[in-house]
Design a protein. Structure first.
Lengths: 381, 388
């Protein structure tokens, strides 16, 4: 501890230069934090997604939708706790670029507790939806985007036509919900019966079922049992857990792993060189001062330790600043990847990395300082 | 004249001292190498993706689809509407005098990639005339599919991504057995796995009754405006026409936007760090030359040549970094196939990208060298000469 003032004055001998190196290392670690955090965040987000909620859809994307009568057959499959039907139509508001997905559900109380992974809703709003045939629940985001409020009547245009031949669908906003899954464009929730009774084609069918397995450990078996039950029927199914779907959704970021790895290593190598060169220069300039310390009785080893401590202090402080910056960026990143946050182990990894960089880059300057020939250094040679 | 002469002398002195200050010089070079290398490599993804997607685009090709659809996948083209499209003006005719119009319906088929991950490919059902519309398509094995049969042809990319896509293989799609009867190459674009089959067979297999889009080849690119007017003139059709290039660009927009944002975001942060590193090193270089610089000032060297010389030194030291960075990026990543965001393409490190890297390095050198150069010019002569 008594060396602390010495180390401190060593760091701030050239304040401008120290500030620059602090900034440089901080930037490097900010980038490390964002990239590595993204990578680990994605992995964690997948692990946190429920494996016991299954999405049962048509075996072929774009194929005919499933008949709603499948719900009863699904309920009879062993290990199935709850079955919920959902359908949706793509619509747009005012112009084709303003895409709104309309999700039609049967608003049972199951949605209150069971599927926060799709959306969260208060009992009052759910009951309001149940009471209004063409009712709709909206998220705060979409309400802000288009200036919608509870009580508004909104006309949406769709390529799915109604029985009267028109593609204009009216919805009455009756409440709010919080969405969890989809970040893009946004969606609204309405009654399945309204969708199904109004549309001209595909009556009595659904886009998919949500099935909750009673035992998360055996969700995989339930999933294959469902697909097996409908093989060779006119409507084969494809069942995947929410976790599998999430994994596919985030796979693209996983594919960038090689890029992330290259960038992070390039940054660390550059930092290593920078800090090593700057410390070397600093030791060169300070050799008379170090010689004085040695003359006063400081051992070689303590001079070595002081130089290393200086390096560690600068690197760790800068790394913490950088990682704090990265953590600040994450709320924005979560707009692209919902549910992403900075994993704490990345911060730990960053600090360890900072110590590592400091140890390597200080090794040469420190041993040079330790082996400094006192007489020559004092003479300024 | 005197100033340029002074500048020349100063620059030579600076550069001769490079070997004596190797550590600091290397810091600049390596910092710039990393910054340029990362930027160029990241941008190479976007460039590669664009190059492959736009490789085949022709100005005389037009895509017609529903006017209320956001994109061609959402569009639906009823057969009675489709029947009217070949009578629109300006459409090129093939050797036998038929208008070159191809109707297309896309159906997604889920499949597992060779890598083991879930994904899928699009089966494009096309009406006769595909080879008139896409002359760049040439068969590398087998033959074209026969209308009415469960036959398909697959681009060579498919065979590298999925199992069972070579000519002669069989494919299980929607409960029926399909024969892969040919493989083809789409010219310069390798892009995604593309599968063509007969439109009517696809429609019946997937229980659909509408096409997605009509692909039309015009007599010349100049006919586009007249064609669009003719499409608009009949509002009952509910159709719109766009250049093939616009459709491709629109499909690319999201991918490109993300790739470019990430590239420049990451590139800027690294460049900033490299700039700070360069500035720091130059400060150290200037500090170690204080006496030398003071002596020169005492001999009558002006402030402007000193600033110019230090700035030039900084830029000259940054340039090798740019060259090495671009070279490393080229050696490591050029032609490497990547498949982020569900599209696969090859990275392309082009001369334009290398030039951009050099520009980036010049900026790093100039900005990083500015403050140290000012400091060098302001060395207090007497104090610096007295200092040890």
């Amino acid at each position: 501890m008594k060396y602390l003032p010495l180390i401190w004055s060593g760091i701030w001998r050239k304040p401008g230069r120290t500030a620059l190196i602090l900034l440089q290392v901080a930037l490097g670690f900010a980038l490390f934090g964002v990239l590595q955090g993204m990578k680990s965040g994605v992995e964690r987000s997948i692990a946190n997604t429920r494996a016991d909620v299954l999405y049962v859809g048509p075996g072929v994307f774009g194929g005919t939708p499933l008949p709603i009568s499948y719900a009863d057959r699904l309920k009879s499959i062993a290990g199935v706790k709850t079955v919920l039907a959902a359908d949706g139509i793509p619509t747009s508001y005012q112009n084709p670029k303003q895409f709104v997905f309309v999700l039609g559900i049967v608003p049972t109380d199951d949605y209150l507790t069971l599927l926060p992974d799709i959306f969260q809703v208060e009992p009052k709003a759910l009951h309001a939806l149940r009471d209004t045939r063409n009712g709709a629940l909206i998220t705060q985001d979409i309400g802000k985007k288009y200036g919608w409020h509870v009580g508004d009547r909104i006309p949406l245009t769709s390529s799915v036509l109604k029985t009267d031949g028109s593609g204009t669908w009216d919805f009455q906003i009756v409440g709010m919900m919080t969405d969890h899954e989809t970040g893009e464009g946004g969606f609204i929730v309405t009654n399945y019966t309204y969708l199904d009774e109004s549309r001209a084609s595909n009556k009595g069918t659904v886009r998919n079922f949500y099935v909750v397995a009673s035992d998360p450990m055996h969700a995989g078996e339930v999933s294959s049992a469902i697909d097996r039950a409908f093989t060779n029927s006119p409507n084969e199914t494809q069942t995947q857990s929410f976790r599998e779907l999430r994994q596919q959704q985030l796979q693209s970021i996983g594919d960038l792993n090689f890029a992330i790895r290259s960038i992070v290593s390039a940054v660390l190598v550059a930092l290593l060189f920078s800090t090593a060169a700057m410390m070397m220069q600093s030791i060169r300039e300070r050799s008379p001062e170090l010689a004085v310390l040695k003359t006063l009785g400081f051992s070689d080893r303590s001079v070595y330790a002081m130089v290393v401590a200086e390096g560690i202090m600068v690197c760790v402080v800068a790394a913490l600043v950088g990682l704090a910056l990265a953590t600040g960026v994450f709320p924005y990143a979560s707009k692209f990847v919902p549910g992403l946050s900075m994993p704490s182990d990345v911060i730990g990894l960053g600090v360890v990395g900072a110590v590592f960089i400091a140890l390597i880059s200080a090794a040469l300057p420190a041993s040079k300082a330790a082996r400094l020939p006192v007489v020559e250094a004092l003479a300024g040679r | 004249m005197r100033l340029t002469k002074q500048y020349g002398v100063l620059l030579r002195m600076s550069l001769m001292g490079v070997t004596a200050r190797l550590g600091l010089v290397l810091t600049i070079v390596i910092g710039v190498t990393c910054a340029v290398g990362v930027l160029v490599s990241m941008l190479a993804m976007g460039v590669g993706a664009r190059r492959e997607a736009l490789g085949n685009v022709r100005p005389d090709r037009v895509v017609v689809y529903s006017s209320d659809a956001q994109n061609t996948q959402q569009s639906s083209l009823a057969k009675d509407v489709a029947a009217q499209i070949p009578y629109l003006p300006g459409i090129r005719r093939n050797a036998s005098g038929k208008p070159i119009v191809v109707f297309l319906v896309g159906a997604f088929v889920q499949a597992r990639y060779k890598s083991g991950r879930e994904g899928g490919f699009l089966v494009l059902g096309v009406t006769p005339g595909l080879t008139d519309y896409r002359p760049e398509l040439h068969m590398t094995a087998g033959r074209l599919f026969t209308p009415g049969l469960h036959e398909l042809i697959a681009s060579n990319k498919c065979a590298t991504q999925f199992e069972n896509f070579r000519a002669g293989d069989r494919k299980h799609v929607r409960g029926s057995d399909w024969a892969v009867v040919g493989n083809f190459d789409n010219g310069t674009a390798v892009g995604l796995c593309t599968v063509y089959a007969d439109a009517e067979t696809v429609l019946s297999t997937f229980a659909r009754n509408t096409y997605n889009e009509a692909d039309v080849m015009l007599e010349s690119a100049g006919q586009f405006a007249a064609f669009v007017d003719a499409v608009k003139a009949n509002p009952a059709l509910h159709l719109k026409a766009e250049h093939e290039a616009d459709i491709v660009a629109e499909n690319m927009q999201q991918l490109n936007g993300i790739l470019n944002f990430v590239s420049f975001f990451v590139g800027t942060i690294i460049a900033l760090a490299a700039t700070i590193g360069a500035a720091n090193s130059l400060y150290a270089i200037v500090d170690s030359r204080r006496r030398e610089l003071a002596t020169l000032r005492a001999l009558g060297f002006g402030a402007v040549p000193i600033i110019a010389a230090i700035l030039s030194e900084s830029i000259v030291l940054a340039l090798p970094g740019a060259v090495i960075g671009a070279l490393v990026s080229w050696a490591l990543f050029n032609g490497l196939s990547a498949s982020p965001l569900n599209s696969s393409f090859h990275l392309a490190v082009t001369p334009a990208l290398a030039l951009l890297g050099v520009g980036w390095a010049l900026a790093i050198g100039a900005i990083g060298g500015f403050l140290p150069a000012l400091r060098a010019a302001r060395v207090p002569v007497t104090a610096a000469l007295r200092a040890t």
